[in-house]
Design a protein around this ligand. Structure first.
Ligand code: 9WO
Length: 251
């Protein structure tokens, strides 16, 4: 999987390839990260990447010319490699990213992530070269870089052979639109609080059933929206419905 990131702060984005799961994936060549700095595509002595907004007001806007040159150079490089990649602009105005979008990206050859700074980029760049606009959620950051890093992290852990335990990415929260159950490790009792007995029972069927029940119960209580589909406002199997009822009785 190849990530191309267009950013004024490449050092910030490159940090994902230095540590953790993404760091290991980069070291094993399971992902490639290429950062492109629009400042390198300026032609004036001051290497100007921003300018004052038409219409006035505070802040600055990223200029179109160096951004267009950067994007087009990235696209050429990617196609020369025989690959396809969409250009995604990360901004709070975009469609909200979720786990199924992460999964879709993980099944592609690569993606080009465009990060804005200041008050944003000249809209004509979006019009000319951007395929989609994506958001993490309803808040403003100081730029798109952290959002790009979120996409890189979320996609990388879904790549086959990235996570040591082969199916831990598949087992976790959200594979089925459910929140994760609680987790415990030693000691068995901490400040008077014992680990739920079933988890120390060694009864793997009972443990799986308990975990499913907790997942269903927590999802119902904390994020009921996740259980609703377009057709159905509680799309659960008979078995899950029964487990959820059991949870609600005890909680
Ligand atoms: C600034 C601003 C100030 C007042 C009212 C609304 C405002 N919106 C913005 C704004 O969108 N600034 C952006 C800064 C311009 C594009 C890059 N920046 C950015 C991207 N901030 N936050 C993101 C982002 C990206 C993806 N998901 C969440 C946030």
């Amino acid at each position: 999987m190849r990530f191309d990131v267009i950013t004024l702060l490449p050092e910030l984005v490159e940090a994902v390839t230095q540590v953790g799961v993404t760091g290991r994936a980069a070291k094993r060549d399971l992902i490639e990260l290429h950062c492109w700095n629009p400042r390198d595509y300026t032609e004036d002595v001051h290497r100007t990447v921003d300018d004052r907004p038409y219409g006035g007001g505070p802040g600055m806007v990223m200029k179109a010319d160096c951004l267009l040159k950067t994007i087009r150079d990235v696209k050429q490089t990617v196609t020369d490699q025989g690959r396809q990649a969409k250009v995604i602009y990360l901004s709070p105005q975009g469609r909200q990213i979720n786990q199924s979008l992460m999964r879709e990206v993980s099944q592609t050859e690569g993606i080009i992530l465009l990060c804005g700074r200041y008050e944003g980029i000249d809209e004509r760049v979006v019009q000319l070269e951007v395929d989609e606009e994506w958001s993490l959620g309803d808040y403003v950051l100081s730029g798109g870089e952290l959002a790009a890093m979120v996409v890189i992290d979320g996609v990388t852990r879904l790549l086959p052979s990235v996570l040591g335990h082969d199916d831990s990415a598949e087992q976790d929260s959200f594979t089925e639109n459910l929140l994760d159950c609680e987790h415990y490790t030693r000691p068995e009792t901490l400040e008077g609080i014992a680990v739920p007995e079933v988890l120390t029972s060694g009864d793997h069927k009972a443990i799986a059933r308990w975990r499913r029940k907790q997942s269903l119960g927590r999802t119902f209580k904390r994020r009921p929206d996740l259980l609703k589909t377009e057709e159905n406002d509680m799309a659960l199997s008979k078995q899950d419905q029964a487990l959820l009822n059991e949870y609600l009785k005890d909680n």
